[in-house]
Ligand binder design. Structure first.
Ligand SMILES: Cc1ncc(COP(=O)(O)O)c(C=O)c1O
Length: 400
């Protein structure tokens, strides 16, 4: 038999956001003044007390394997954070620490999905969800949401998609890419549907600290004790503490699931970096004003970028309540009035290519998130760049 790649590996698309970011970087290397709004990464350095904890861990020789599920100190600290922020008691054994939120999420799918299973997800969705679900041989069933209803899913549409293969409903609030926060009544409705379907709720809460206008986070784990038994919570240090490169994420789940995730991780990856775990512990246990400061800065940028985008003719945008993304609807500019390299621009993919090559601004097409006619701009970048980026976008779309 010839040497070959697996179908899984061959069919897998690389992450669009990473691909576009790399393309922007390549153009910058060639000397082009490209402004990138493609990547979802806080532009702040990791706070100094977190870096110091990492140096201390190295100096103290905390550089060996740790238990696969993480050092007890960190699992305990996460359990305490859950008790403080969510108001229910959580045993450290329910926590598994992984190599970032992405890995934590993959552990969840591998623990609960059988080939042929279905997961209900909402578009626009984070690009990684369908890819990971597909790797487990399962299928995403997509409920579309739009800017017109503030990206809130219609519960009847969700109910209509439930089948005997429904293994989970996936919630991501605040959302990447829309920045929408699900209304409490919608989360309660989804919890009811999950109970009727007897399926899991996978709740990706990685942006829960980045909320605007004084909002409080509401998680499906807060609906009630019974609901919590079916919630698999994914969280991490990347966005809250500006620790994207350190690769620390975690799951908080009922004990049986945590044991399964622990077994999986021990065979597939072992522990996440020991040094990063000590650093994340300092993040969780240390002063939290760094989180509040970052959030306030994101809010200041949102308050600039949203009205500035809304002011561009043909751009429709609501006010994101959290995360650091603007997700405007731009279908008015896909009617062919823009011509790039002799061809009329009629979809969001062509539009982002045009914006990159002609206006020198890197954005991500909405179709990559399952919703065409939109583009995503991350405002996790400096105010100067945001101002210049909006000017370029305006010029690219309407000229002048
Ligand atoms: C919605 C969402 N979930 C999870 C993650 C995972 O973050 P990380 O693996 O960097 O911790 C990201 C990162 O972009 C994200 O946008």
């Amino acid at each position: 038999m010839p040497a070959r790649l697996s179908g899984r590996a061959k069919d897998l698309k690389s992450s669009a956001t990473v691909r576009l970011e790399n393309l922007a970087k390549e153009m910058q290397r060639q000397g082009l003044d490209v402004l990138s709004f493609a990547l979802g990464e806080p532009d702040f350095s990791t706070p100094p007390h977190i870096c110091e904890a990492a140096c201390k861990a190295i100096a103290e020789g905390k550089t060996t394997y740790t238990p696969a599920a993480g050092i007890p100190e960190l699992r305990e600290a996460i359990a305490r954070t859950v008790e403080r922020d969510y108001g229910y008691s959580c045993a450290p054994e329910q926590v598994v620490v992984s190599n970032g939120g992405k890995h934590a999420l993959m552990n969840v799918w591998e623990s609960i999905l059988e080939p042929g299973d279905e997961v209900i997800i909402f578009a626009p969705y984070w690009v990684t969800y369908p890819a990971q679900i597909g790797l487990c041989g399962a299928k995403p069933r997509v409920v579309r949401t739009t800017i017109d209803n503030d990206f809130q899913p219609d519960l009847d549409e969700v109910r209509a998609l439930v089948s005997e293969r429904t293994a989970a409903i996936l919630i991501n609030s605040p959302s990447n890419p829309s920045g929408a926060v699900l209304e409490r009544s919608i989360i309660e409705g989804l919890a009811e549907i999950a109970a009727e379907a007897d399926c899991w709720i996978v709740s990706d809460e990685i942006y829960r600290h980045i909320l605007f206008d004084g909002r409080q986070h509401f998680s499906p784990t807060m609906v009630g004790d019974e609901v919590r038994e079916r919630v698999l919570l994914v969280d991490g240090a990347s966005k809250a503490y500006s620790m994207t490169g350190w690769r620390i994420g975690w799951t908080v789940t009922p004990l049986e699931v945590a044991k399964a995730i622990n077994r999986l991780q021990s065979q597939q990856a072992s522990n996440p970096s020991s040094i990063s775990q000590w650093a994340a512990l300092a993040g969780l246990e240390g002063p939290q004003d760094c989180v509040r400061k970052m959030c306030a800065e994101f809010e200041r940028r949102r308050d600039y970028i949203i009205p500035a985008l809304a002011d561009i003719p043909g751009v429709k945008i609501g006010k994101p309540a959290g995360a650091f993304y603007a997700f405007p609807e731009v279908s008015a500019h896909l009617d062919g009035h823009i011509v790039h390299k002799g061809k009329a621009v009629t979809n969001d993919d062509q539009l982002t290519t045009y914006l990159l090559e002609d206006a020198l601004i890197s954005t991500v097409p909405g179709s990559e998130f399952g919703l065409d006619g939109y583009i995503r701009l991350s405002f996790a970048t400096s105010m100067d760049k945001i101002q210049e980026g909006v000017r370029r976008l305006r010029r690219g779309l309407v000229g002048g």
